[in-house]
Design a binder for this molecule. Structure first.
Ligand SMILES: *[C@@H]1O[C@H](CO)[C@@H](O)[C@H](O)[C@H]1NC(C)=O
Ligand SMILES: *[C@@H]1O[C@H](CO)[C@@H](O)[C@H](O)[C@H]1NC(C)=O
Ligand SMILES: *[C@@H]1O[C@H](CO)[C@@H](O)[C@H](O)[C@H]1NC(C)=O
Ligand SMILES: *[C@@H]1O[C@H](CO)[C@@H](O)[C@H](O)[C@H]1NC(C)=O
Ligand SMILES: *[C@@H]1O[C@H](CO)[C@@H](O)[C@H](O)[C@H]1NC(C)=O
Ligand SMILES: *[C@@H]1O[C@H](CO)[C@@H](O)[C@H](O)[C@H]1NC(C)=O
Ligand SMILES: *[C@@H]1O[C@H](CO)[C@@H](O)[C@H](O)[C@H]1NC(C)=O
Ligand SMILES: *[C@@H]1O[C@H](CO)[C@@H](O)[C@H](O)[C@H]1NC(C)=O
Ligand SMILES: CC(=O)N[C@H]1CO[C@H](CO)[C@@H](O)[C@@H]1O
Length: 344
C-alpha cells in the first residue's frame, strides 16, 4: 500500500516537476523519478563494426509507447540508451554530430519532455569509445560540452555521464564522471540533473565492496565528485536474480532488494548524496514479483536518499526479453506494469 500511494502521487505530479538548482532543495516525501530504461539506439550486432546500420543493428522507439507509460502507467522518467560513436562519430572532440542520430535523439527527447516527463540521455559506452577505454578526460569533457549544448535549455533533460563502467580503474571512472560534469555545466546546462554511475556496472550490491582494477571501491572514490550546480544523482542498478547481474529470471529470495541495497543506502546517507536505481528487474514469477515489490517498498521507505527507480527494460526490439515492459506484448508487461503503477 505504501508504494501504491507514492506511485499514484507521482503519476499526478508527472509533468509539473521541474528541476531547480539544487538536488537537496528538491526533496519531497515521494519518489521523483518513476520510469523505464528504453533500449534500441544502443544495440549493436557483435559482427558489425561501429557505428553499425540503422534498422539492422539498432533502432529508435515507437513513441506511442511513451504515451502508454505516461498516461496509463504513471511513469515520468525515461532512460534513453545511446552510443557515443553514433552521435559523435570519429573523434570525441568532433563537434559535428551525426544529423540522423541526433535528429532521432532530439525527436525522442522532445516527445518525452513534451509530455512533462524526464528524458535521461545515457551513453551505454562503459567509459569506452570504439572499444578503447577513454584516456583523455578533456576529450570526454568535449563530447559532453557538444551534446549538452543541444539540450541545455530543456529543464526535463537529465544527463547520465556514462553507463556500464566495468574492468577499468575506479579512479578513471571518477575522472571521467568529473569531466562529464564539467563539460555539461560548461555548455550552459546548469540547471539539469546529472547522474553518475560507478564501476562494476554500478551495481548497488557491490557499491561498498566491489573493486576496480586499481583496487578502489565506488564507496571509497565516488563521493568526491563536485558539481557547481549541486544537482548530482548517483545512479545504481539492482537486479534481483541470484548473481544480481540481470541475466537470470529467477529470484533466490523475496528480500534480496533491501539486503543488496543496505550498504549503498548507508553510503548515500553518510555522504549526503542522492541515488536513483537506474535499472532493476525480476522475472515473471511469484518470488520475483514479491522481491520487486519488497525492493520498491524499501526504496520508498528510504526516499530521503533514493529519488526513484527505472525498470529495465523496454523497446521495440525487446519483445523477447524476459524483462521487457514494452506495451503490450513484452514478457513482463502484464505482470509488472500494474505493479509499477499501482500495487495493492
Ligand atoms: C506503437 O505502440 C502503440 C502503443 O503500444 C501500439 O498501439 C502500436 O501498434 C505500435 N506501433 C508499432 C508500429 O509497433
Ligand atoms: C532517424 O534516422 C533515420 C536513419 O538514419 C533517418 O532516416 C531519419 O530521418 C531520422 N529521423 C529524424 C527525425 O532525424
Ligand atoms: C589513448 O586512447 C587512444 C584511442 O584509443 C589510443 O590511440 C592512445 O594510444 C591512447 N593513449 C594512451 C597514452 O594510452
Ligand atoms: C571483468 O572483470 C570481471 C570481474 O573482475 C572478470 O570476471 C571478467 O573476466 C573481466 N572481463 C574482462 C573482459 O576482462
Ligand atoms: C560483496 O558482498 C556481497 C554480499 O555480502 C558478496 O556476495 C560479494 O561476493 C562481495 N563482493 C566482493 C567483491 O567482496
Ligand atoms: C575522497 O578522496 C580521498 C582521497 O583520495 C579518499 O580518501 C576518500 O575516501 C574520498 N571520499 C569519498 C567519499 O569518496
Ligand atoms: C538461473 O538461476 C537458477 C538458480 O541458480 C538456475 O537454476 C538456472 O539455471 C539459471 N538460469 C539461467 C538461464 O541462467
Ligand atoms: C555491507 O558492508 C559490510 C561491512 O563492510 C560487509 O560485511 C557486507 O558484506 C556488505 N554487504 C553487502 C551486501 O555488500
Ligand atoms: C543499468 C543499465 O544499463 N541497465 C540496462 C538498460 O538497458 C540496456 C539496454 O537493454 C541494458 O544493456 C542495460 O543493462
Amino acid at each position: 500500500m505504501l508504494f501504491t500511494s507514492i506511485l499514484l502521487a507521482i503519476g499526478l505530479a508527472a509533468g509539473t516537476t521541474v528541476a531547480t538548482s539544487s538536488a537537496k532543495d528538491k526533496r519531497t516525501d515521494k519518489f521523483q523519478f518513476v520510469g523505464v530504461n528504453l533500449s534500441g539506439p544502443e544495440l549493436q550486432a557483435s559482427t558489425t563494426a561501429l557505428p553499425g546500420v540503422y534498422s539492422t543493428d539498432y533502432t529508435w522507439f515507437n513513441l506511442s509507447t511513451i504515451d502508454v507509460f505516461v498516461s496509463q502507467r504513471a511513469m515520468n522518467s525515461f532512460r534513453i540508451n545511446i552510443l557515443m560513436e553514433r552521435l559523435v562519430p570519429g573523434s570525441l572532440t568532433n563537434s559535428a554530430m551525426d544529423p540522423d542520430y541526433l535528429g532521432n535523439l532530439t525527436e525522442t527527447v522532445e516527445y518525452i519532455t513534451g509530455k512533462g516527463a524526464y528524458a535521461i540521455i545515457t551513453p551505454m559506452n562503459g567509459g569506452r569509445y570504439y572499444g578503447s577505454v577513454i584516456n583523455s578526460t578533456s576529450d570526454f569533457e568535449g563530447f559532453w560540452r557538444t551534446v549538452a549544448g543541444v539540450f541545455k535549455d530543456n529543464q526535463l533533460v537529465m544527463f547520465n555521464a556514462n553507463s556500464g563502467y566495468h574492468n577499468i580503474s575506479t579512479q578513471q571512472v571518477v575522472d571521467l564522471n568529473q569531466a562529464a560534469i564539467n563539460g555539461i555545466r560548461a555548455a550552459g546546462a546548469t540547471s539539469q540533473y546529472i547522474t553518475v554511475e560507478g564501476n562494476d556496472h554500478s551495481l548497488a550490491g557491490l557499491w561498498t565492496n566491489g573493486t576496480g582494477s586499481d583496487g578502489l571501491t565506488n564507496a571509497h572514490a565516488m563521493g568526491n565528485l563536485t558539481d557547481s550546480s549541486d544537482s548530482l544523482v548517483y545512479q545504481m542498478s539492482s537486479y534481483l536474480d541470484p548473481l544480481g547481474t540481470g541475466f537470470n529470471g529467477t529470484c533466490a529470495s523475496t528480500t534480496l532488494g533491501p539486503e543488496r541495497l543496505a550498504n549503498a543506502t548507508a553510503w548515500l546517507q553518510a555522504h549526503n548524496k542522492f541515488g536513483i536505481i537506474g535499472a532493476y528487474a525480476g522475472g515473471v514469477s511469484w518470488q520475483c514479483t514479491a522481491a520487486v515489490i519488497t525492493m520498491l517498498n524499501y526504496l520508498a521507505e528510504n526516499d530521503e536518499f533514493w529519488l526513484g527507480a527505472l525498470w529495465w527494460t523496454a523497446g521495440p526490439w525487446e519483445g523477447e526479453d524476459m524483462f521487457s515492459l514494452e506495451p503490450t506484448t513484452g514478457a513482463a508487461y502484464s505482470t509488472y506494469a500494474p505493479i509499477i503503477k499501482n500495487h495493492d
